[in-house]
Design a protein around this ligand. Sequence first.
Ligand SMILES: [Mn+2]
Length: 384
Amino acid sequence: MKLGLGLYRHTLKREYYDFARQAGCTHVIAHLVDYFHHGDTNPRDNQPTGDQYEPWGVAGDPSRLWTVEEMKALRREIEAAGLTLAGIENLDPAHWHDILLDGPQRARHIENVKTIVCNMGEAQIPVLGYNFSLAGVCGRVRRPIGRGGATVLGMDGPADKPLPNGMVWNMVYDTNAPAGDLAPVPREAMWDRLSRFLEEVVPVAERAGVTLAAHPDDPPLPTVRQQPRLIHQPDMYQRLIDAVPSANNALEFCVGTLAEMTEGDIYEVVDRYSRQGKVCYVHLRNVTGKAPHYHETFIDDGDVDMSRVIAILQRNRFDGVIIPDHTPTMSCSAPWHSGMAHTLGFIAGVLATLQRQSTADVIELSAPSSTGGKSSDRRGDTYV
Ligand SMILES: [Mn+2]
């Protein structure tokens, strides 16, 4: 397992790379979408927040796709700082909104995504994280209710205000959209959109050497803003995987979102998907409660035993990157950095402990056993 840090577009610079290395990271996941563009309710010193129904910001230039040259330059500058660029997280709504909406520009937007995937392959960036969601990450509120009065994000109940025209995935893609709201999309129609997307793009990703990694719907509710969510219970990830079986169709495995879901046991869920080899990379975040009544917590302070989650991933030979997802902000002059450093330190500590245990196991297993040797069965088939 590798320790990484996710960096937003405006933080893709040397100062942040050095911070990542100092905290023990070897890898970076880069966001190229600028979620904060014209985002008046979305300050740049934290994860993208917005207000409960306010969008993060305005999407990018629809005619300007990420080029091979800029992605190569990014990979090289990250490598020059001593890190590896493990992947790019999220597509810009400007480039693919009509795939989500099944709109008139769908064919062009499919070509956009294929081009981006091919460009990534040429730039030797192996992973594209995405989130196939109409409402996106929205409906959350901020409260100073974390440990020590830390400000955290969460939900106080459903978020059903309809999605206005011109907005998708919590960003505005058309500032001149006519007044009105998007009519609710039938759930199966949305699944059909996802299946068609995968059928068309996965073969291109295979040839390009790029893995598509799907984030579950965060927050995970059957509907948000009256639009269906596809991955709002743990079992639904399997439908996505089975839609187009391929090593390049995998998961951006968000433990916090999965833990917010009302069904399933988070440890069994981690075991089930990592055992299949479908976990491409991991977002690690702790929470307390279940959607739509939950809030984010410090990594060591929520409902989930994160050391157990990491131990299950290790036992199933997960060898990808773990990044902190979101954290509460801390009361100091660098609220985002301190939250991240705290989480990274926790993960690094668990990884070091597991490494020490596995080394001890090897020593123990190679020594003559006086008890007839049941030690190789010690880990058994359970996910505990
Ligand atoms: Mn996540």
